[in-house]
Write a protein that binds this ligand. Structure first.
Ligand code: SAM
Length: 250
Protein backbone atom coordinates (compact mmCIF):
# COMPACT_ATOMS: atom_id res chain seq x y z
CA UNK A 1 0.00 0.00 0.00
CA UNK A 2 1.40 3.45 -0.80
CA UNK A 3 1.30 6.28 1.70
CA UNK A 4 -1.21 9.08 1.13
CA UNK A 5 0.24 11.77 -1.18
CA UNK A 6 2.37 14.20 0.77
CA UNK A 7 2.47 12.05 3.91
CA UNK A 8 5.79 10.57 5.01
CA UNK A 9 6.70 9.23 8.44
CA UNK A 10 9.01 11.64 10.31
CA UNK A 11 12.64 10.62 9.93
CA UNK A 12 14.68 9.53 12.94
CA UNK A 13 18.18 8.12 12.43
CA UNK A 14 18.06 6.01 15.59
CA UNK A 15 19.23 2.47 16.27
CA UNK A 16 15.75 1.00 15.78
CA UNK A 17 15.66 2.39 12.23
CA UNK A 18 19.08 0.88 11.41
CA UNK A 19 17.97 -2.50 12.75
CA UNK A 20 14.79 -2.30 10.63
CA UNK A 21 16.82 -1.55 7.50
CA UNK A 22 19.43 -4.25 8.07
CA UNK A 23 16.71 -6.83 8.82
CA UNK A 24 14.87 -5.92 5.63
CA UNK A 25 18.17 -6.12 3.73
CA UNK A 26 18.17 -9.88 4.33
CA UNK A 27 15.17 -10.23 2.00
CA UNK A 28 16.55 -7.96 -0.74
CA UNK A 29 16.89 -10.86 -3.20
CA UNK A 30 13.78 -12.85 -2.21
CA UNK A 31 11.32 -9.99 -1.58
CA UNK A 32 12.65 -6.87 -3.34
CA UNK A 33 9.29 -5.07 -3.09
CA UNK A 34 9.47 -5.26 0.70
CA UNK A 35 13.10 -4.22 0.98
CA UNK A 36 13.13 -1.48 -1.65
CA UNK A 37 9.71 -0.19 -0.62
CA UNK A 38 10.91 0.24 2.96
CA UNK A 39 14.26 1.72 1.93
CA UNK A 40 12.65 4.13 -0.52
CA UNK A 41 10.18 5.45 2.08
CA UNK A 42 13.00 5.78 4.62
CA UNK A 43 15.21 7.58 2.09
CA UNK A 44 12.51 10.03 1.06
CA UNK A 45 11.82 10.83 4.72
CA UNK A 46 15.56 11.44 5.15
CA UNK A 47 15.71 13.62 2.04
CA UNK A 48 12.83 15.71 3.42
CA UNK A 49 14.97 16.67 6.39
CA UNK A 50 17.10 18.66 3.89
CA UNK A 51 14.55 19.99 1.43
CA UNK A 52 10.85 20.40 0.91
CA UNK A 53 9.62 18.07 -1.82
CA UNK A 54 6.12 19.35 -2.53
CA UNK A 55 5.83 19.99 -6.28
CA UNK A 56 9.63 19.94 -6.64
CA UNK A 57 11.11 18.51 -9.80
CA UNK A 58 13.29 15.64 -8.60
CA UNK A 59 15.57 13.66 -10.91
CA UNK A 60 16.15 10.05 -9.80
CA UNK A 61 19.44 9.19 -11.53
CA UNK A 62 19.82 5.46 -12.23
CA UNK A 63 16.35 4.95 -10.77
CA UNK A 64 16.01 1.46 -12.27
CA UNK A 65 12.63 -0.09 -11.46
CA UNK A 66 11.45 3.13 -9.83
CA UNK A 67 10.94 2.35 -6.12
CA UNK A 68 12.44 5.71 -5.18
CA UNK A 69 10.61 7.54 -7.95
CA UNK A 70 7.34 6.16 -6.60
CA UNK A 71 8.13 7.11 -2.99
CA UNK A 72 9.10 10.61 -4.18
CA UNK A 73 5.76 10.91 -5.98
CA UNK A 74 3.93 9.74 -2.85
CA UNK A 75 5.72 12.52 -0.96
CA UNK A 76 4.26 15.13 -3.31
CA UNK A 77 7.28 15.65 -5.57
CA UNK A 78 7.33 15.62 -9.39
CA UNK A 79 9.92 12.89 -9.97
CA UNK A 80 11.60 11.86 -13.21
CA UNK A 81 13.54 8.63 -13.43
CA UNK A 82 16.52 8.37 -15.79
CA UNK A 83 18.36 5.09 -16.36
CA UNK A 84 20.51 3.66 -19.16
CA UNK A 85 18.93 0.20 -19.04
CA UNK A 86 15.35 -0.32 -20.17
CA UNK A 87 15.44 -3.87 -18.75
CA UNK A 88 16.20 -2.52 -15.26
CA UNK A 89 13.41 0.02 -15.56
CA UNK A 90 10.92 -2.72 -16.43
CA UNK A 91 12.11 -5.12 -13.70
CA UNK A 92 9.07 -4.84 -11.46
CA UNK A 93 6.14 -5.70 -13.68
CA UNK A 94 7.59 -5.79 -17.16
CA UNK A 95 6.63 -2.22 -18.01
CA UNK A 96 8.69 0.95 -17.96
CA UNK A 97 7.13 3.34 -15.41
CA UNK A 98 5.47 6.54 -16.66
CA UNK A 99 7.85 9.46 -16.97
CA UNK A 100 10.99 7.31 -17.16
CA UNK A 101 13.76 8.57 -19.46
CA UNK A 102 16.36 6.37 -21.12
CA UNK A 103 19.73 8.10 -20.75
CA UNK A 104 23.15 7.97 -19.17
CA UNK A 105 24.12 9.35 -15.78
CA UNK A 106 27.41 10.30 -17.42
CA UNK A 107 25.70 12.66 -19.86
CA UNK A 108 22.31 13.44 -18.33
CA UNK A 109 19.79 14.40 -21.02
CA UNK A 110 18.72 17.53 -19.08
CA UNK A 111 19.60 21.21 -19.31
CA UNK A 112 21.87 22.97 -16.80
CA UNK A 113 20.07 24.02 -13.59
CA UNK A 114 16.82 22.36 -14.67
CA UNK A 115 15.85 20.36 -11.57
CA UNK A 116 15.19 21.27 -7.94
CA UNK A 117 16.62 18.09 -6.48
CA UNK A 118 19.01 15.60 -8.05
CA UNK A 119 18.87 12.25 -6.33
CA UNK A 120 20.77 9.00 -6.76
CA UNK A 121 20.79 5.83 -4.70
CA UNK A 122 23.38 3.11 -5.28
CA UNK A 123 24.37 3.97 -8.84
CA UNK A 124 27.74 5.73 -8.47
CA UNK A 125 29.62 2.45 -7.95
CA UNK A 126 28.13 1.10 -11.19
CA UNK A 127 29.54 3.71 -13.56
CA UNK A 128 33.13 3.72 -14.88
CA UNK A 129 33.65 7.42 -14.11
CA UNK A 130 31.83 8.15 -10.83
CA UNK A 131 33.03 11.75 -10.54
CA UNK A 132 31.78 12.57 -14.04
CA UNK A 133 28.38 11.33 -12.89
CA UNK A 134 28.60 13.42 -9.71
CA UNK A 135 29.55 16.49 -11.81
CA UNK A 136 26.55 15.82 -14.05
CA UNK A 137 24.24 15.74 -11.03
CA UNK A 138 25.59 19.11 -9.94
CA UNK A 139 25.26 20.57 -13.45
CA UNK A 140 21.53 19.80 -13.79
CA UNK A 141 20.63 21.09 -10.30
CA UNK A 142 19.43 24.69 -10.00
CA UNK A 143 21.23 27.11 -7.66
CA UNK A 144 19.86 26.53 -4.16
CA UNK A 145 18.76 23.02 -5.14
CA UNK A 146 19.74 19.84 -3.32
CA UNK A 147 21.88 16.89 -4.41
CA UNK A 148 21.44 13.56 -2.62
CA UNK A 149 24.14 11.13 -3.70
CA UNK A 150 24.60 7.76 -2.06
CA UNK A 151 26.60 4.68 -2.94
CA UNK A 152 27.99 1.45 -1.50
CA UNK A 153 31.70 2.01 -1.01
CA UNK A 154 34.04 -0.76 -2.16
CA UNK A 155 35.52 -1.77 1.20
CA UNK A 156 32.08 -1.95 2.81
CA UNK A 157 31.07 -5.50 3.81
CA UNK A 158 28.59 -5.25 0.89
CA UNK A 159 31.07 -3.54 -1.45
CA UNK A 160 31.31 -6.57 -3.74
CA UNK A 161 27.51 -6.82 -3.85
CA UNK A 162 26.52 -10.47 -4.47
CA UNK A 163 30.21 -11.47 -4.49
CA UNK A 164 30.73 -10.13 -0.94
CA UNK A 165 32.67 -10.67 1.25
CA UNK A 166 35.12 -12.25 -1.19
CA UNK A 167 35.77 -8.86 -2.80
CA UNK A 168 38.17 -8.29 0.09
CA UNK A 169 40.45 -10.72 -1.77
CA UNK A 170 40.04 -8.72 -5.00
CA UNK A 171 37.12 -7.97 -7.31
CA UNK A 172 38.17 -10.34 -10.08
CA UNK A 173 38.86 -13.21 -7.74
CA UNK A 174 35.48 -12.69 -6.05
CA UNK A 175 33.71 -12.67 -9.43
CA UNK A 176 35.48 -15.86 -10.51
CA UNK A 177 34.53 -17.59 -7.27
CA UNK A 178 30.90 -16.52 -7.70
CA UNK A 179 30.84 -17.89 -11.27
CA UNK A 180 32.27 -21.22 -10.13
CA UNK A 181 29.70 -21.63 -7.38
CA UNK A 182 26.62 -20.40 -9.25
CA UNK A 183 27.41 -21.49 -12.78
CA UNK A 184 26.94 -17.94 -14.07
CA UNK A 185 28.75 -14.65 -13.64
CA UNK A 186 27.49 -12.18 -11.04
CA UNK A 187 25.02 -9.54 -12.26
CA UNK A 188 27.37 -6.82 -11.02
CA UNK A 189 30.62 -7.47 -12.90
CA UNK A 190 33.79 -6.05 -11.43
CA UNK A 191 35.42 -3.63 -13.87
CA UNK A 192 32.36 -3.60 -16.14
CA UNK A 193 29.33 -2.67 -14.05
CA UNK A 194 30.85 -2.53 -10.56
CA UNK A 195 33.77 -0.26 -9.70
CA UNK A 196 35.67 0.38 -6.48
CA UNK A 197 34.67 3.78 -5.05
CA UNK A 198 35.92 4.95 -1.68
CA UNK A 199 34.61 7.23 1.04
CA UNK A 200 37.86 9.20 0.90
CA UNK A 201 37.53 9.87 -2.85
CA UNK A 202 33.93 11.00 -2.40
CA UNK A 203 34.91 13.46 0.31
CA UNK A 204 37.76 14.80 -1.82
CA UNK A 205 35.46 15.25 -4.83
CA UNK A 206 32.94 17.16 -2.68
CA UNK A 207 35.71 19.41 -1.33
CA UNK A 208 37.07 20.30 -4.77
CA UNK A 209 33.66 20.86 -6.35
CA UNK A 210 33.34 24.61 -5.94
CA UNK A 211 29.75 24.58 -7.28
CA UNK A 212 28.41 22.93 -4.13
CA UNK A 213 28.28 23.43 -0.40
CA UNK A 214 28.38 20.20 1.62
CA UNK A 215 25.41 19.89 3.98
CA UNK A 216 26.13 16.40 5.29
CA UNK A 217 28.42 13.42 4.81
CA UNK A 218 27.22 10.35 6.67
CA UNK A 219 26.87 6.58 6.77
CA UNK A 220 23.40 6.39 5.23
CA UNK A 221 21.93 3.45 7.15
CA UNK A 222 23.58 4.07 10.51
CA UNK A 223 22.31 5.92 13.57
CA UNK A 224 23.18 9.60 13.78
CA UNK A 225 25.74 8.98 16.52
CA UNK A 226 27.86 6.97 14.03
CA UNK A 227 28.39 9.99 11.75
CA UNK A 228 31.91 10.90 13.02
CA UNK A 229 33.25 7.63 11.57
CA UNK A 230 33.29 9.16 8.08
CA UNK A 231 36.15 11.41 9.23
CA UNK A 232 38.40 8.51 10.21
CA UNK A 233 40.59 7.36 7.29
CA UNK A 234 40.83 3.58 6.95
CA UNK A 235 38.10 2.68 9.44
CA UNK A 236 35.48 4.66 7.49
CA UNK A 237 36.06 2.53 4.39
CA UNK A 238 34.94 -0.59 6.23
CA UNK A 239 32.23 0.53 8.62
CA UNK A 240 30.41 3.22 6.60
CA UNK A 241 28.66 0.56 4.50
CA UNK A 242 26.90 3.15 2.30
CA UNK A 243 28.01 6.76 2.06
CA UNK A 244 25.57 9.62 1.68
CA UNK A 245 26.59 13.06 0.47
CA UNK A 246 24.02 15.82 0.74
CA UNK A 247 25.00 18.96 -1.13
CA UNK A 248 23.52 22.35 -1.92
CA UNK A 249 24.11 23.86 -5.35
CA UNK A 250 25.64 27.32 -5.09
C1 SAM B 1 21.87 -1.10 -8.11
S1 SAM B 1 20.79 -0.41 -9.26
C2 SAM B 1 20.03 0.88 -8.29
C3 SAM B 1 18.64 1.21 -8.76
C4 SAM B 1 17.91 2.20 -7.87
N1 SAM B 1 18.58 3.47 -7.81
C5 SAM B 1 17.74 1.61 -6.51
O1 SAM B 1 18.50 1.95 -5.58
O2 SAM B 1 16.83 0.77 -6.35
C6 SAM B 1 21.85 0.52 -10.34
C7 SAM B 1 21.11 1.21 -11.44
O3 SAM B 1 22.01 2.08 -12.09
C8 SAM B 1 21.71 2.03 -13.47
N2 SAM B 1 22.89 2.51 -14.20
C9 SAM B 1 24.11 1.94 -14.28
N3 SAM B 1 24.93 2.69 -15.06
C10 SAM B 1 24.20 3.76 -15.46
C11 SAM B 1 24.48 4.87 -16.27
N4 SAM B 1 25.68 5.08 -16.84
N5 SAM B 1 23.48 5.76 -16.51
C12 SAM B 1 22.26 5.60 -15.94
N6 SAM B 1 21.94 4.55 -15.17
C13 SAM B 1 22.91 3.64 -14.92
C14 SAM B 1 21.41 0.57 -13.72
O4 SAM B 1 20.74 0.35 -14.94
C15 SAM B 1 20.57 0.24 -12.49
O5 SAM B 1 19.20 0.50 -12.71
Amino acid sequence: MTAARGHVRPFRADLARSVRLFRAFRVEQTDPDRFYGLLARDTVAQLRTYTDLADRLVLDVGGGPGYFTEALRDAGARPLCVDCDAGEMALRDGVIPDGAVLGSALALPFRDASVDVCFSSNVLEHVPDPWAMADEMVRVTRPGGTIYLSFTNWLSPWGGHETSPWHYLGGRRAAARYARRHGRPPKNRYGESLFPVSVGEARRWARRCSAVETLDVLPRYHPRWAVPVVAVPGLREIVTWNLLLVLRRR
